[in-house]
Structures are given as structure tokens and as C-alpha cells.
Design a protein around this ligand. Structure first.
Ligand code: NAD
Length: 495
């Protein structure tokens, strides 16, 4: 098995501002969660660089970018996607080394979706981004008004991303932002900076004008994240991350009444009815609980299983989970790599301890595996299954964001809907049933932005995506992204 290496250009991971790659003296280490090795030094953007980037992004709106047609912008994104395709292996190395996800996942999900986001939003906007409405009004004096509603860019959009799906998140935002004619400043997570700078190399090679696409590295508080959101010249913020961070950014944005779009945390419920395809449900719950080491906002941390199949289900899922291979991301047989960092592992381990204190039975997991090699310096935990917690336990109410899931029995449809909705979050839900009427009856009653029936995670990018309650503000995807990233103006013409 060959270990991956980070592309040479990323050994000093640079900012990309106004068409130039910029180093800074203040740097932080990018540490691999696989074996604790230092991967690179990342150049942190200070306030002066942040302000200069916002200024350049503003000026770019009045440059050639401001005159591009939607078709020309689509051509740029297709070009960037083709360059990603050519440099696929470098993107895989960047994503895998930063986060420890298995190579097969980075290939099929992260880098694939990175490309696909660019191509899909280019296509959608090409066909849909146009004058939206037209009304004729008749006035009492016999004259007529023609009202035409036009779309205009918002301006400079700040896009702040988390570490769990770095390239996917960055492109999911940047593509519609740019297609709507805006300029963008991406602030990737400090935990996963590499693929954003690689993406900047692709935009640079594609000849996208300076100032249109920018990447600034750093942390949140007292660093690039806060400097960006505090800058009065920005025009909108799109943020993906923890609900608490969203709340802080919302307070900052309030000062300038900036529009915000937030994709935040979740404490998602999955429901398995007794009529479900049993084996498919077991495999589906394993996937929705442990994909990416449970570090997907859409993962199921609360699973409700109908009482008649509960014991059999717990036994089957425990046996299969014990067989999941945890280890080197480059190993094709590995299901789960490490968590993103040792810091995050501390948080997950603290919940594993708390769950036991709160009365959980641990069926499998709850431990740090020992390998006897470099992985012991990494951030691994075994996938974990609990039963026995009450619905109001902290481990049942707080987002843990690791490979942990809790199974509870339930009796009736009415009961399980109420229990699934007993959370301050409202991001996603999963239902396993072969009863079509039940699927239609239950799905709309789950208070969440997305509900999957008999599958999980697959998305059509034209559909709305977002969360309710603590899980977010607004919807993106397809036309919904178009709505958020453009300002409408009505032009009223007297005829
Ligand atoms: P986080 O909130 O800690 O950080 C996210 C980003 O915000 C990082 O780039 C960070 O540097 C920046 N940031 C932190 N404080 C800031 C501040 N005060 N001002 C400006 N920027 C700031 O989140 P995380 O730990 O990176 O990601 C995990 C979280 O993301 C989980 O809660 C998960 O559910 C959520 N998430 C949600 C979705 C969704 O679509 N709803 C998708 C992925 C992840």
C-alpha cells in the first residue's frame, strides 16, 4: 500500500487574493489526523490582507467580470471542472491527507462532487438565470406599465466552510455565487486548508479574472473568519458549520444588515419500521451513522427501531459494525479513517464517557483502537453503538459529530414522529419502510429540511437544501441558490 503525499505546491499553503498566491509570515501547521505528521505550513491571512481582498473582490465586479454573460461564466466553471478532473489525484491526496477519509470515498464523493457542483450549477444557471417575471398594469388614465423583474448580483460574497467535506462545501457555494455574477472570498476551515488552495490554482489556470475567486486561510475568532464577517464592504455571508458559530456570525452580520445563508448542525433521527427491508435497513443505518467517521451533518445519531424487530436489529447492526475496518485511508478495505483531529477526538471521547454516565449500554466501540504503528499518533476511534439512553439525555440532544449512534425501541407511528422531532435541530431524517402510504404519511411530519425514504445522502442538486430550527437559515440548491445569490430589481416602464 502506497501512502499519499501532499502536492508540492501546498507544502506552504498560500492565500489566493486578487489573482496572486500570497504567503504571510504568520503560519500554522496542518497536521494529519492519520498519523500526526506535519503536512504543511498554512499562511494565515491578517486583517490587512482580508481588507485588501475584499477591496479587490469589489473592484472586480466593475471589471471584465461584471460584463460577463451567464454563458461566459458557465464556460469558466466548465474549464475549472476540467482542470480538477485532470488533477483528480492531487485533490484526492489533499482531501485524504487533511481529513483522513478513505481514498475510495474521496474519489467517489468529495472530488467527484467538487467537479459536479461546478458543472451542475453552470448548467442550471445557463438555463434558468434570466429575467424572472413580467407584469403589465393598466392605470386609470388609460396608460400601461410594463414591470420587468431582473436579477443582479449581490456583490462580494463571503463563503465560510467547515472541515468535514472541504472541497464539496467550497464548490457547492462558489459555483452558484459566481454563476450569479458575484465575486467570492472562500475561507476554508483551518483543519482542512489544502483543497481550497488547489482549487485556487485551477481558477488561476482557467484565467478567471483577478479578484473574482479568492481564498483566505485562518481561524474564526480574531482571525480571517471574523475579519471577513466584520468587514463592512462585504455584501453577503454564506456559512456552513456549527450552530453556535452561526449565531456569532449572525450577530456580526446584523450590524450591517447583511443577508446570511446558514447550513448548521444536526441531531438527525432515523426511523426503522417493522415492515422495512431488514438487511437494507441495517446497511443503510451503518452508512448513515458511520460514513466519514460520522462527520457528516446529515448523519443519524438517533435511530428509532420498532419494538418487534428491535433486539434482532441491535444484534445485526452490532455484528456488522464490529466487522468495519478502521485504518489507513489508502487501504481499499477500510471503511473509516480517523476523526479530523485529536482535538475533535477529545470531544467525541468526552461524549462516549458521558453516554456511559447517562446510562448507555455500549454494544460495540467506545474505544480508541491500537495499531502498533504510526496510526497510534492519529485520531482514531471505533464506531460505537449505544442503547438505553432517555430521549432527553445530553447525548441524545447534543450534536456529537462522530461515529456514534443510539438505538431506541418505539411502538407507534405517532410516538416515533414526536420523538424524532424532540430536538432543537431540524436538518435531516431517514425512514426505512416498505409501506408506501406510511412513507408518505410520516415523511412530511418530520421537522427537517430533507427526509430520505429507504436511502440516505444521495442528492439532486436542483432540490432545496437546508435546515430548520438550529440547523440553519434559508435554502440552497438549484433555483434556491439563484434566489439567495441574486438581488431582484423591478423595472417599471410607462408605455
Ligand atoms: P465551525 O463552526 O467550528 O467552523 C466552521 C468554519 O467557521 C471554519 O472555517 C471556522 O474557521 C469558521 N469560524 C469559526 N468561528 C468563526 C467566527 N467567529 N467568525 C467567522 N468564522 C468562524 O464548524 P466545524 O467544526 O468546522 O464543522 C462541523 C459543523 O459543521 C457541525 O456542526 C456540522 O453539523 C456542520 N455542518 C453542517 C452542514 C449543513 O449542510 N447543515 C454541512 C457540513 C457541516
Amino acid at each position: 500500500m502506497n501512502r499519499l503525499t501532499l502536492p508540492e505546491s501546498l507544502k506552504i499553503t498560500k492565500n489566493y487574493s486578487n489573482g496572486s498566491f500570497i504567503t504571510t509570515d504568520k503560519r500554522f501547521d496542518n497536521i494529519s489526523p492519520v498519523d500526526g505528521e506535519k503536512l504543511s505550513e498554512v499562511c494565515e491571512a491578517d486583517r490587512a490582507l482580508v481588507d485588501a481582498t475584499v477591496k479587490a473582490a469589489k473592484e472586480a465586479l466593475n471589471g471584465p467580470w461584471g460584463k460577463t454573460t451567464v454563458e461566459e461564466r458557465a464556460d469558466y466553471l466548465f474549464k475549472v471542472a476540467n482542470i480538477i478532473e485532470r488533477r483528480y489525484d492531487e485533490f484526492i491526496a489533499a482531501e485524504v491527507l487533511d481529513t483522513g477519509r478513505p481514498v475510495h470515498q474521496a474519489k467517489a464523493l468529495d472530488v467527484y462532487r467538487g467537479m459536479h457542483n461546478l458543472r451542475t450549477f453552470a448548467e442550471i444557471f445557463k438555463h434558468e438565470y434570466t429575467t424572472t417575471e413580467c407584469y403589465e398594469s393598466n392605470l386609470p388614465d388609460g396608460s400601461r406599465l410594463l414591470n420587468i423583474t431582473r436579477r443582479n448580483p449581490l456583490g462580494v460574497v463571503v463563503s465560510i466552510s467547515p472541515w468535514n467535506l472541504p472541497l464539496l462545501s467550497a464548490t457547492w457555494k462558489a459555483a452558484p455565487i459566481l454563476m450569479a455574477g458575484n465575486t467570492v472570498i472562500c475561507k476554508p476551515s483551518e483543519e482542512s486548508p489544502s483543497s481550497a488552495t488547489l482549487l485556487a490554482e485551477c481558477f488561476d489556470e482557467a484565467g478567471v479574472p483577478p479578484g473574482v475567486f479568492n481564498v483566505l486561510h485562518g481561524f474564526g475568532k480574531d482571525s480571517a473568519g471574523a475579519f471577513l464577517t466584520e468587514n463592512p464592504a462585504i455584501d453577503a455571508i454564506t456559512f456552513t458549520g456549527e450552530s453556535g458559530t452561526g449565531s456569532t456570525i449572525m450577530r456580526t452580520a446584523a450590524a450591517g444588515v447583511k443577508p446570511v445563508s446558514f447550513e448548521l448542525g444536526g441531531k438527525n433521527a432515523a426511523i426503522v419500521f417493522e415492515d422495512a427491508d431488514f438487511d437494507a435497513a441495517v446497511d443503510g443505518i451503518i452508512r448513515s451513522s458511520f460514513t466519514n467517521s460520522g462527520q457528516v451533518c446529515l448523519c443519524s445519531e438517533r435511530v428509532f427501531v420498532q419494538r418487534s424487530i428491535f433486539d434482532k436489529f441491535v444484534q445485526a447492526i452490532t455484528e456488522k459494525t464490529e466487522q468495519l475496518k478502521v485504518g489507513w485511508p489508502e487501504d481499499d478495505q477500510v471503511y473509516m479513517g480517523p476523526l479530523v483531529s485529536k482535538g475533535h477526538r477529545e470531544k467525541v471521547l468526552s461524549y462516549m464517557k458521558l453516554a456511559v454516565e447517562e446510562g448507555a449500554t455500549v454494544h460495540t466501540g467506545g474505544i480508541v483502537p491500537e495499531f502498533g504503528d504510526g496510526r497510534d499518533r492519529g485520531a482514531y476511534v471505533r464506531p460505537t453503538i449505544w442503547t438505553g439512553l432517555s430521549d432527553d439525555a445530553r447525548c441524545m440532544q447534543e450534536e456529537i459529530f462522530g461515529p456514534v449512534t443510539h438505538l431506541s425501541p418505539f411502538d407507534t407511528e405517532e410516538e416515533v414522529i414526536a420523538r424524532a422531532n424532540n430536538t432543537n435541530y431540524g436538518l435531516a431524517g431517514v425512514i426505512w419502510t416498505t409501506n408506501l402510504s406510511r412513507a408518505h404519511r410520516v415523511a412530511p411530519q418530520i421537522n427537517a429540511g430533507i427526509v430520505w425514504v429507504n436511502h440516505w445522502f444521495a442528492r439532486d442538486l436542483r432540490t432545496p437544501f437546508g435546515g430548520n430550527k438550529l440547523s440553519g437559515v434559508g435554502r440552497e440548491g438549484g433555483r434556491h441558490s439563484m434566489e439567495f445569490y441574486s438581488n431582484l430589481s423591478n423595472i417599471s416602464i410607462r408605455i
